[in-house]
Design a protein around this ligand. Structure first.
Ligand SMILES: [Zn+2]
Length: 483
């Protein structure tokens, strides 16, 4: 196993890497702490142990740099147990360099350990991540970043708007150092007040109009409009990786808006646009879109033909993403039912041959249970923290599916209640063992107790008295059979 450190520079990944390198090599290490006194520790502390190699991928990212590592790893260490390679900012390696290193990382000789540090673990291929023991260095909250930036701006007499501060905090993604460097960049290039617009201009963020236009095109299945807009963005010299990242964030925000009717960082006008787009697409389709776009993002990282790949990916979504939601289909059916155009077979009293039958679907997945009465138990007070933790640790799919749920403690089980049921896609996401584990681990880390996780869907009452079946709870899985 390699060791993988992720997090922001300010929190000391690099010093942690050096301590780890000593700890795995020190013959007297106690509880994972190096003694710092033996020959090996001393040599490392003084930087004269050739068995430990430090490399900053930001400045040594060529294929040649990597080739030398590839040759070296075959030599046994001189005095230490392991040859240790500390590669800082590993995501900065060029594609060629990364490919050259891939095999060594995947099948390292026994006497070799890699310690990889990065702020952007999502840029590393899964084949490498799976061979790493990962340590996350916690990020700083956006609020705290804003607070600190405010102090800096005040001390340095920098005039800055509240929106600009917020935007910098969002852009830096919890890295104080990045937020300061964005601020510095803005100061170099702008006179007077630092505003949101100036930051966007400087950081190379594509305009929000472009981002929403491309998103809208995918929802409307308008490939031509999408390509035109992409062309405009390219003409402006904006980076496609940035563009895609912004689109993904935008689509996620549409989902958040759909689920909560709330969004913080947008203007009124922008929120109207988001509302307009969100009305045309179902939650399920948004999740599918996020999934597709994230996959595209991953593929683009290692591609030499980014533009073609990007455009193809967007067109693919124009074709694949359904723009009429299940909800809307159900609404339509409901109207037809009310108008008497369709009859429903929900009891044997109806004599005519049914055209549409609606019945609760048996949940196929064992983790799910449909209940009409609720078991007694206490509501789990940490539940909102669990959901927020999922969001902040990037488990967006799990997070979005758990919005508006409650959790009840029944003996050693945590029953998560979905008042309105769940979509098939939601079930697929939530029944993945790794996601159940993730939830269970977060629960454990917050309350110190191990719970079994169970999902409860309620309250379905199939015994309706009239023929007008109420389809308010449209998330309840139903079979619609049209004949
Ligand atoms: Zn030692």
């Amino acid at each position: 196993m390699h060791i993988f450190l992720m997090g922001v520079e300010e929190l000391g990944k690099t010093s942690a890497a050096k301590i780890l390198a000593r700890a795995i090599n020190c013959p007297n290490s106690k509880d994972g702490e190096p003694c710092n006194e033996c020959e090996i520790c001393k040599a490392m502390l003084e930087g004269r142990l050739t068995d430990v190699v430090e490399m900053d991928a930001a400045s040594n990212n060529s294929v040649e740099d990597i080739r030398s590592i590839r040759e070296e790893v075959n030599f046994l260490p001189t005095i230490a147990k392991y040859r240790v390679y500390i590669i800082d900012e590993v995501h900065m390696l060029s594609t060629g360099a990364f490919n050259a290193l891939l095999k060594t990382l995947e099948e390292p000789p026994e006497h070799v350990k890699f310690i990889l540090a990065t702020t952007e673990p999502q840029k590393l291929p899964a084949t490498i991540l799976s061979r790493c023991q990962r340590f996350d260095f916690k990020k700083i909250s956006e609020e705290d970043i804003v607070k600190r930036l405010k102090i800096i701006c005040k001390d340095s007499n920098i005039e800055i708007t509240e929106e600009a501060l917020k935007l910098i905090a969002v852009l830096s993604e919890g890295a104080m150092r990045d937020s300061i460097s964005i601020l510095e960049r803005c100061m170099q290039d702008s006179e007077g007040k630092v505003t949101e617009e100036k930051i966007k201009e400087l950081v190379g963020i594509p305009k929000i109009e472009h981002i929403s236009k491309i998103t809208e095109s995918m929802v409307e299945k308008n490939a031509e409009k999408a390509l035109e807009t992409i062309d405009e963005v390219i003409q402006e010299g904006k980076d496609l990786n940035n563009l895609l990242w912004e689109i993904i964030k935008y689509v996620k925000d549409i989902l958040v808006y759909k689920a909560t009717n709330k969004l913080d960082i947008y203007s009124k006008e922008e929120i109207n646009k988001i509302k307009e787009i969100s009305d045309k697409i179902s939650k399920e389709a948004i999740l599918k879109l996020i999934y597709n776009l994230s996959e595209l993002e991953n593929n683009m990282k290692w591609s030499t033909q980014k533009t073609i790949m990007f455009e193809t990916g967007i067109i693919k979504n124009c074709i694949e993403i359904p723009n009429e939601s299940l909800e809307q289909r159900v609404e339509k059916l409901e109207k037809q039912i009310k108008n008497g155009n369709i009859k429903i077979a929900n009891s044997e009293k109806i004599e005519t041959k049914p055209k549409v039958s609606i019945k609760p679907q048996e949940p196929k997945i064992q983790n799910f249970e449909v209940k009409t009465t609720s078991e007694s138990g206490e509501y789990f007070s940490y539940w909102n923290d669990v959901i927020n933790k999922l969001k902040s640790s990037g488990k967006i799919m799990v997070y979005t599916n758990l919005i508006n749920t409650r959790a009840k403690q029944v003996n050693d089980t945590l029953q998560i209640e979905f008042k309105n049921g769940l979509t098939a896609f939601g079930k697929t996401v939530l029944s993945k063992p790794e996601n159940i584990n993730e939830i269970s681990n977060i629960v454990n880390s917050l309350c110190g107790k191990q719970f079994k996780i169970k999902y409860i869907e309620g309250n379905i009452n199939p015994q309706k008295e009239n023929n007008n079946i109420n389809l308010d709870g449209i998330d309840i899985p139903i079979n619609i059979i049209e004949e």
